[in-house]
Write a protein that binds this ligand. Structure first.
Ligand SMILES: *Cc1c(COP(=O)(O)O)cnc(C)c1O
Length: 385
């Protein structure tokens, strides 16, 4: 807009810069996340329940203890997805502290899954399985999930992954020809700058030619889709990152912007998978799961795993029983497209690793093979004895 000034000269009108914090409901809802780069958007994140209460109603302010034990951080994009008033909104429940966290003493922040026992000293590599490793590159995420499996380190001041551990990790991978598969996780690898990712991926590729499969686990595409840029895709393509696994728990998270940015990754030739965490009150419902999995394959993401909520402090209220998990699997398998059905797993305590949870469809019983289909109809198939 051209505006005349008192001296009669014409100057270009420049919109005043947005304040860093979007501290009113109107400011949040008018904000266009695509109007600026992802780092800027990230810098506008809400950093506590009290800050979220400036843009949402009925926000529970947790006790100082739970506030201290696990950080609240929410990108403006995620905040826009949250229902203004309903504390049971599936997006709010995933990211905002709940009253149930305050008096939950069921679990601790200890390493229940035994990852530390399988961590190579001096590195952040968890080497549990024969030919693949989990490489924890960071303890930071774009937005923190209340049911985070790695609360012992993620968002914790003493949980940072230092550059020397990253270099030691790459050296370990490089010196172990048995490692054919490296999974970068954290924290969230896509919170890093393009330069840092380029360095880590490039060094793995140059120093460890025996690595056949390089994959990344990240929730940033779901929490701030603008992180997926053509520049990022070019880096992933250059280093032949074969797979990116995202983490969507509810159909509401599949927005047009998310779908559009996922398409950039597909064009770069990257296989897309999804992991879902089974969460009571959010997605422990077969209609929600069927819709979620179909929406995922519709945009080119193959549902990979459904995990049970892990035994971590403050997450007890999300746990879905084994029996219910099996029932949900039964209500999904056969009812939707086969490629849309993920493997349901539990991650074993004390380092046992992931184990599938599948109801019995075909069993041997009293001298017969009894097969039960998705509708519950049974047939004897004794030729399989
Ligand atoms: C999940 C996991 C992997 C990868 O397992 P896949 O079943 O191959 O996806 C590797 N290492 C650790 C420690 C893990 O927890």
């Amino acid at each position: 807009m051209q505006v005349p000034t008192l001296t009669g000269t014409i100057v270009q009108h420049v919109a005043p810069p947005l304040p860093r914090k979007l501290s009113t409901r109107d400011a949040l809802m008018l904000y266009n996340v695509e109007s600026e780069d992802w780092q800027k958007a990230m810098s506008r994140s809400f950093k506590s329940a009290a800050e979220m209460a400036t843009v949402l109603d009925n926000v529970y302010i947790p006790s100082a203890k739970s506030e201290l034990s696990f950080k609240t951080t929410v990108t403006p994009y995620v905040a826009q997805l949250m229902d203004k008033t309903d504390p049971n909104c599936p997006i709010r429940m995933q990211y905002l502290p709940a009253p149930a966290e305050d008096d939950d003493v069921t679990f601790t922040l200890l390493d229940e899954l035994g990852e530390e026992g399988d961590t190579i000293p001096g590195t952040s590599v968890v080497h549990r399985y024969p030919q693949r490793v989990l490489f924890l590159v960071s303890n930071q995420c774009s937005t923190y999930c209340r049911f985070c499996t790695r609360k012992r380190m993620v968002a914790q001041p003493d949980g940072a992954v230092h550059n020397n551990e990253i270099d030691n990790s790459i050296a370990y991978i490089a010196s172990n020809p048995v490692i054919q598969d490296v999974l970068l996780s954290g924290g969230d690898p896509l919170k890093f700058s393009d330069e840092k990712l380029d360095y880590i991926l490039g060094k793995i590729r140059s120093d460890a030619p025996h690595v056949k499969f390089l994959r990344i686990g990240s929730r940033t595409p779901v929490q701030l889709p603008t992180r997926i840029t053509p520049e990022l895709c070019a880096i992933l393509e250059k280093h032949n990152v074969q797979m990116l696994n995202v983490h969507v728990n509810h159909p509401k998270e599949i927005t047009p912007l998310f779908a559009e940015r996922i398409k950039l990754l597909r064009k770069a030739g990257i296989m897309l998978g999804n992991q879902t965490v089974m969460l009571k009150g959010i997605n422990d419902n077969s209609e929600v799961l069927r819709e979620l999995f179909m929406k995922l394959i519709e945009i080119g993401i193959r549902p990979y795993y459904v995990y049970s909520t892990d035994a971590v402090e403050g997450a007890h209220h999300f746990i879905v029983s084994l029996e219910r998990m099996k029932q949900l699997y039964h209500e999904v398998r056969g009812w939707i497209s086969g490629p849309a059905v993920p493997t349901f797993v539990v991650d074993g305590l004390s380092g046992l690793g992931k184990m599938p949870v599948i109801p019995d469809y075909v069993v041997e019983k009293d001298g017969h093979v009894v097969a039960t289909n998705y509708k519950g109809t049974t047939v004897n198939m004794d030729y399989l004895l």
